[in-house]
Design a protein around this ligand. Sequence first.
Ligand code: P6P
Length: 337
Amino acid sequence: MPEVTVTEHLLLHQKRSPAATGQFTTLLNDLILSAKIIARSVNKAGLLDVLGGTGEVNVQGENVQKLDEFANRVLIYRMERSGALCAMGSEENADVIRVSEKLTRGDYILIFDPLDGSSNIDVNINVGTIFSILRRKSPSGDDATMEDVLQSGTEQVAAGYILYGPSTMLVYSTGQGVHGFTLDPTVGEFLLSHPDIRIPERGKIYSVNESYWHYWDEATREAVGYFKGTDNERGKPYSLRYVGSLVADFHRTLLYGGIFMYPMDQRDPQKPQGKLRLQCEASPLAFLAEQAGGLATDGTGRILDIRPQVLHERVPLFIGSRRDVQAVTDIYTRHAK
Ligand code: P6P
């Protein structure tokens, strides 16, 4: 099969939506360049003294790793100059980043987690960049508004992730299926390796951090118990796999099927919540899951329907094979009655 680069694949997409302007292709190409720059450092992490933390703490209260900071800087610097954006939201930055009027501004908003799973960097476990692309609602040329940024997941025009692992992969969707590209470092191009990814109807793997069992409510314990027991569609227990790096756990779920769960927990009794961020984690992955024939809910409601009230809103997440996620939703719905 002749090699297809991301750019060729994008142009195919462009051909299919004449309304799309060149801005979108430029945006994705600059995102891909940023990914290659980040991949180069991630792959040399052990050698470039970029391991370990910076001693700072980010808006999420998490220790900032040097590679986190580096990835964030690369994305903000490059994407601000793409000419396609009017604003950005980064998991590492408390506030919205509005593109300066001194630079060429465009009609898109990019929301991203620059290096998700970074707590695993020092032990050489997969990490990833997750991105979500929205189109502004306010008039072109004006400063972006919070309404431009705080849009529900159904408004995304594209979403995806780059997984830095044994190979570097880009998985993305523009609403016409989910496609995977593997970086060929000898030519420096992402080449189509997984066309039109479809998530299996039901899987054999469940993925959750069970150490929070005592902080879960009854419905959550029953939902997780569904996969540990024999009273499920398989008639036997699912296997448990948990990397602790969302992009790695999701990528396996997308290809092999099954379910990834990060339920709400009461570790902070005053503020029971999910840990994962809606706009830079749950929503983009939910977009991909649905495009691949799967589902993504917060237990009862569709992730993509949730309209964020604040930039760093957190949600519980159940995502993966349609029948496995549906089993969880049925349990939560029954408990809600
Ligand atoms: P826990 C990494 O810090 C992250 O945000 C996701 O990549 C991952 O799925 C989750 O947190 C792991 O959280 O509580 O199981 O360590």
